[in-house]
Design a protein around this ligand. Structure first.
Ligand code: ADP
Length: 687
């Protein structure tokens, strides 16, 4: 340390004899020392405090305070210890020499003073003083350097933990423990954390110097009560420094045994707190030599511990967040409902994968779009009310496939701490089926109500006739002709009544598929239709019934009575709804797989919207409701029968021009032979 210099200091000469003082001054000034003088012991103390001399020459015998007392007093002062005192004693006064050393003097000189000896002693003491001062300055400088090193070291540790990925926390702590361990020269460094409400200790991290065995297993899942003395002190956030095991008080016996088992010579346990509470501690141990733990090292460890605990807590929070998010994602991923979150303006920020399933739109395509984007314009207000007032809404939505679906959307507002709407979480479920079923139920109820009035009307009409004609027959004496006519009418009305009741029973049986036994047998539809047609040809002169069929067809497997019922119903409708007569053309054709029958009339026909409902139970097209008798059940019965046979039924119609009803029935065996002929051969035309 060449640049360290000790400033020059005067020599204090305390003697009651001014002549001696002057002589000493002259001798010392020869060597370039400056001199300050004191007349007695107490004056010497005052001059010492004022002039900070480098050396003090104290005469023993002085009037006001003798040299020994002054020496003791000066050595008791803050800088006195460091200032060498040269006691001037009488020659051969060994007692005085002993007392001088006992009072703290560094050296002595005897009277009469030999000037060379004096100059030599002063020079030597001044050199000693200078060396001491330089050593003190060097020590200070090195402490300062160590502190600077510590500071930089701490900076480097703390910067390693800034913006740390949670996955890197553990390896970073391990690396930092190693760095600190090496820095403060220990053999083992470890981080312990309390868990189970502070009842147990775990040691997630340990570093050992090369060749030093790991002892982390001794600190895994250990109850804190095994070390009650330490736990009490750590709980009060006290640092435990043990320089030597011998200094451990007897009441910490468990702790001593523990340290011995670890071959430990010195130990340091520094509490680590989080939010003012003990969270764990960092431990250091030496196994090769005892160590004095320095305050600045402890401060470093404390800081490092806080950094570690903060990082570990951050990691734990991150992991908890990630696991929450994972769980939430699993829920939203597996949910059938579309779950999405929007900001306060209704702009979508998150859309679960199930959105794809419910909306048909890929979730990412919904991000940054409005929640109303695909909502039916007529339902936007209802949805807005659901979002901000009622908490739920049923609304229509344009599915990506172009269809309109019904959604039931539950809405949950998210608020900021200040109570402002921050966003909204929505869960939409496709309720189209339910809506359709509701609608169908409503429609069914409506149709049933309609039917009841129709049925009542239809039942009452023949009943009224029956009752009227029978009353006439009973109350009057009528001639045989009139009696017969009335009885015929009664019979017709009874038949009509019977038909209505049959239809009602049929529909309920066919619908329930109960009490319905189809007598299945091979049926030639050409023959069946020809038989069904003939009564119509005879009873309806204003209509021209034409049958276009082959002599025989591959058989269908069916119930001939029920299939006749279908054909009769279509023929009867063709006649009923052609009040002005005209041609009714019946065609039969076969393909490889089925028989195709069509009944075409030139009657009133139907509008397109009426055709849509034709096969619904109790439906009667408006035009026919009043004009023609009917129940609205015939076509429903026909449809049920055809479908029970595995076939299909449909209609084509044009208002004022006529209608064509078609139905198909599957062949009993597909027509695969080489002679199979898909084209009908019109061999018979019946009129
Ligand atoms: P009903 O004839 O007893 O009313 P259906 O079920 O047989 O009941 O027919 C249902 C409705 O379909 C009829 O009321 C009628 O409006 C219409 N309809 C059926 N067949 C024809 C047809 N050939 N021409 C025009 N309308 C028809």
């Amino acid at each position: 340390m060449n640049n360290i210099s000790v400033p020059p200091a005067p020599v204090l000469v305390a003697d009651d004899d001014p002549l001696i003082r002057r002589m000493i001054r002259s001798a010392l000034e020869l060597d370039g020392w400056s001199v300050v003088e004191a007349e007695d012991g107490s004056d010497a103390i005052a001059v010492f405090q004022r002039a900070s001399p480098g050396i003090i020459l104290l005469d023993v015998l002085m009037p006001c305070m003798n040299g020994f007392e002054a020496c003791e007093a000066i050595k008791g002062l803050p800088d006195g210890k460091e200032t060498p005192i040269l006691m001037v004693t009488a020659l051969n006064d060994t007692d005085a020499i002993k007392r001088a050393f006992a009072a703290g003097a560094e050296d002595f000189i005897t009277k009469p003073v030999q000037w060379e000896v004096l100059r030599h002693r002063v020079r030597r003491l001044m050199q000693m003083r200078e060396l001491k001062a330089i050593a003190a300055q060097e020590r200070l400088a090195s402490e300062h350097a160590h502190l600077r090193e510590l500071e930089q070291f701490m900076m480097s540790i703390s910067t390693q933990f800034i913006d740390l990925d949670p996955a890197d926390v553990d390896p970073r702590i391990a690396a930092a423990l190693c760095q600190i361990g090496e820095f403060i020269r220990v053999d083992r460094a470890y981080l312990c954390a309390f868990y189970e409400g502070g009842m147990r200790i775990n040691c997630p991290h340990e570093w050992c110097a090369p060749g030093v065995p790991s002892k982390s297993h001794m600190l895994q899942r250990v109850p804190v009560m095994l070390f009650p003395g330490w736990y009490d002190r750590l709980s009060q956030l006290d640092t435990i420094r043990i320089t030597s095991l011998d200094e451990l008080p007897s009441f910490v016996r468990a702790e001593r045994k523990f340290l011995e088992a670890r071959q430990c010579r010195s130990a340091l346990l520094v509490p680590v707190s989080s939010k003012g509470r003990l969270a764990g501690f960092i431990g250091f141990e030496t196994t090769h030599a005892e160590k004095v733990w320095l305050d600045q090292d402890i401060a470093l460890v404390k800081m490092a511990g806080e950094i570690f605990i903060t990082a570990l807590e951050h990691k734990r929070t991150e992991e908890a967040l990630q696991s929450n998010e994972r769980e939430l994602r699993q829920i939203t991923d597996t949910m059938l409902d579309a779950v999405y979150r929007a900001d306060a303006n209704g702009i979508i920020e998150f859309a679960s994968p199930s959105c794809w399933h419910v909306f048909g739109h890929p979730p990412e395509s919904l991000l940054r779009t409005s929640v109303f984007q695909h909502v039916h314009p007529d339902d936007i207000e209802a949805m807005r009310a659901g979002m901000f007032n009622t908490g739920s809404a049923e609304h229509r939505y344009f599915h990506a496939n172009g269809s309109v679906i019904w959604l039931e959307t539950l809405c949950n507002l998210i608020f900021t701490e200040e109570g402002q709407v921050e966003g909204i979480v929505l869960a939409s479920r496709d309720v189209t089926q339910r809506k359709r079923a509701q609608h169908e139920l409503q429609e069914l109820n409506r149709l049933k109500t309609e039917f009841l009035s129709t049925a009542a009307h239809e039942l009452r009409t023949p009943l009224t006739s029956i009752r009227g004609f029978s009353e006439l027959l009973l109350s009057r004496n009528l001639d045989a002709d009139r009696q017969k006519r009335f009885l015929t009418m009664i019979n017709e009305q009874a038949t009509r009544l019977g038909k209505l009741i049959d239809d009602l029973l049929d529909i309920s049986r066919l619908e329930a598929k109960r009490n319905l036994t189809l007598a299945m047998e091979p049926v030639d539809m050409g023959v069946l239709i020809a038989q069904a047609l003939s009564p119509f040809q005879e009873s309806s002169p204003q209509h021209r019934f034409v049958l276009d069929r082959c002599p025989s067809y591959p058989p269908v497997l069916g119930d001939a009575v029920r299939l006749t019922q279908v054909v009769e119903n279509l023929l009867s409708n063709a006649r009923k709804y052609s009040p002005n007569g005209g041609m009714v053309a019946v065609r039969v054709a076969s393909s490889d797989v089925d028989i195709h029958v069509s009944v075409q009339d030139e009657g009133i026909g139907m509008a397109l919207d009426e055709q849509e409902h034709l096969f619904e139970k109790f439906y009667r097209a408006n035009a026919s409701n009043t004009a023609t008798n009917g129940t609205g059940l015939g076509l429903s019965i026909s449809k049920l029968i055809v479908e029970l046979h595995g076939g299909a039924i449909w209609a084509e119609s044009e208002p004022g021009k006529g209608s064509t009803f078609h139905f198909t029935l599957p062949l009993m065996l597909p027509n695969l032979g080489p002679e199979s002929d898909t084209m009908p051969h019109p061999v018979e035309k019946a009129e």
